[in-house]
Design a protein around this ligand. Structure first.
Ligand SMILES: NC(=O)C1=CN([C@@H]2O[C@H](COP(=O)(O)OP(=O)(O)OC[C@H]3O[C@@H](n4cnc5c(N)ncnc54)[C@H](O)[C@@H]3O)[C@@H](O)[C@H]2O)C=CC1
Ligand SMILES: O=C(CO)COP(=O)(O)O
Length: 323
C-alpha cells in the first residue's frame, strides 16, 4: 500500500521523503501546481524544502482522488487550512495529523476539526521536536504518535517508524496537540528575547515559565502531565526556543529587533503557526481562568499593541509568586 501526504510544505515534503525511505510509493498532494511539477519533474521542492533530492517513489499530485488507494494519510497543511483539506480527502482512511495549532474562530484542536470534517476517519496525531530539513536528511529524530485506539496506534507507529525516526506511542491526543500548539507561541517569546538581546538567562526563564503555562492550560483541557513533559511538549519547546531554524523563533527575533508584526507577517510564504494560535490560545486560557502571561505578552507584540520595552517591563513587574 502507498502512503498519502496532504500538504507539500517543508514538513509534508520531509514526511513524504521519510515514508518513501522503505522504497514504497508515496502520493504527495500539493496545493501549488509548480510544486507538483518540480517534485515529479526534477525530484525537488525548491519552494519549501530546497536542496533535498527527493525519492523517485514520491508522486506529487494536485488531485485528492489520487490518494484514495492509500493505507494512511498524513495531514500536513497549516492548521488554519486543515478543515478545508481534510474535507476534500478520501473518507474512511486513518488520518495522521501533523499540523500544530488551534483553529481560529472555533478554538478547536486539530483532532476535533478533523473529526468534524471527516467523521468516518480514525484519527492520530504526530507531534514532536522535528525540524523538517533534518528529518529529510535522515538525521535521528524521536516523536510522539498519539492515538486513542491502541491497536491502530501500534499499526501506525510500525508503518511510520524508520531506523532513524522513532515514534513513541501515547493515547493522550489532546496532550500531544496542546504541546505542539502552545510551544509555537512560546518560541516567538524566546525569539523576542534573542532579538532584543535579553540574554540566555531570559531565554531559560521563558522556557521554564512558558512550560508552566503550557502545563496549566493543558491540565485544564484534560491533557496528561507526562505528555506535556514529553517529546510533543517540552521536547518541542526546547527545540523551537533555541534556534533560528524555527520560523516562530525567527518571527519573534524580528519583533525583538524592533520590526513591526504587520511587516514581518506580510507576504510570507512559510507559516509561523504561533502568530495564528496566540490570540486563540489567549482567549481560550482567559475563558478557562488559566493565567498565561507570556502568551499574553506575545499577543500584545503581535497586535503591535504596546512598545517592546513596556511589554518586557510588565512581565518582569508581575507580583512575586511561588514557583
Ligand atoms: N516545518 C517543520 O519543520 C515542521 C512543521 N510542522 C507543522 O506542519 C504544518 C505545515 O507546515 P510546513 O510544512 O512547514 O509549511 P510551510 O511553511 O513549509 O509551507 C506552507 C504550506 O502552506 C500551504 N498552504 C498555503 N495556503 C494554503 C491553503 N489555502 N490551503 C492549503 N494549504 C495551503 C502551502 O501549500 C504549503 O504546503 C504546520 O502546522 C507546522 O506547524 C510540524 C513539524 C515540523
Ligand atoms: O514544529 C517545528 C519543529 O518541531 C517547526 O517549528 P517552526 O514552525 O517554528 O519552524
Amino acid at each position: 500500500m502507498k502512503a498519502g501526504v496532504i500538504g507539500a510544505g517543508a514538513w509534508g515534503t520531509a514526511l513524504a521523503q521519510l515514508m518513501a525511505a522503505d522504497g514504497r510509493d508515496v502520493a504527495l498532494w500539493a496545493l501549488e501546481p509548480e510544486v507538483v511539477d518540480a517534485v515529479n519533474g526534477r525530484r525537488e521542492n525548491p519552494l519549501y524544502l530546497p536542496c533535498i533530492a527527493l525519492a523517485p517513489t514520491i508522486r506529487a499530485t494536485g488531485a485528492m482522488t489520487d490518494l484514495s488507494d492509500c493505507d494512511l494519510l498524513l495531514v500536513v497543511s497549516p492548521a488554519q487550512h486543515l478543515r478545508a483539506v481534510v474535507a476534500q480527502a478520501p473518507a474512511g482512511l486513518p488520518l495522521v495529523l501533523c499540523s500544530k495549532g488551534i483553529e481560529a474562530g472555533t478554538g478547536l484542536l486539530m483532532s476535533q476539526v478533523a473529526q468534524d470534517a471527516q467523521p468516518s476517519s480514525p484519527i492520530a496525531v504526530l507531534s514532536g521536536p522535528t525540524f523538517a530539513h533534518e528529518v529529510a536528511k535522515g538525521l535521528p529524530t524521536a516523536i510522539t504518535l498519539a492515538c486513542e485506539d491502541r491497536d491502530l496506534g501500534q499499526r501506525l507507529a510500525a508503518r511510520i517508524a524508520r531506523p532513524s525516526f522513532r515514534p513513541y506511542l501515547s493515547d493522550d491526543v489532546i496532550g500531544a496537540e496542546i504541546g505542539g500548539a502552545v510551544k509555537n507561541v512560546l518560541a516567538i517569546a524566546c525569539g523576542v528575547a534573542e532579538g532584543a538581546g535579553l540574554g540566555l538567562n531570559a531565554r531559560a526563564a521563558l522556557i521554564s515559565r512558558g512550560f508552566a503555562e503550557m502545563t496549566r492550560f493543558g491540565l485544564a483541557r484534560g491533557a496528561r502531565a507526562e505528555t506535556l513533559g514529553g517529546l510533543s511538549g517540552l521536547g518541542d519547546l526546547v527545540l523551537t526556543c533555541s534556534s533560528t531554524n524555527s520560523r516562530n523563533f525567527s518571527l519573534g527575533k524580528g519583533l525583538g529587533e524592533g520590526q513591526s508584526a504587520a511587516d514581518l507577517l506580510a507576504n510570507r510564504r512559510t507559516v509561523a503557526e504561533g502568530a495564528h494560535t496566540a490570540p486563540v490560545l489567549r482567549d481560550a486560557a482567559r475563558a478557562a481562568g488559566v493565567e498565561m502571561p507570556v502568551v499574553e505578552a506575545v499577543c500584545a507584540l503581535l497586535a503591535d499593541a504596546a512598545p517592546l520595552g513596556q511589554v518586557i517591563d510588565a512581565l518582569l513587574a508581575r507580583p512575586l509568586r511561588p514557583e
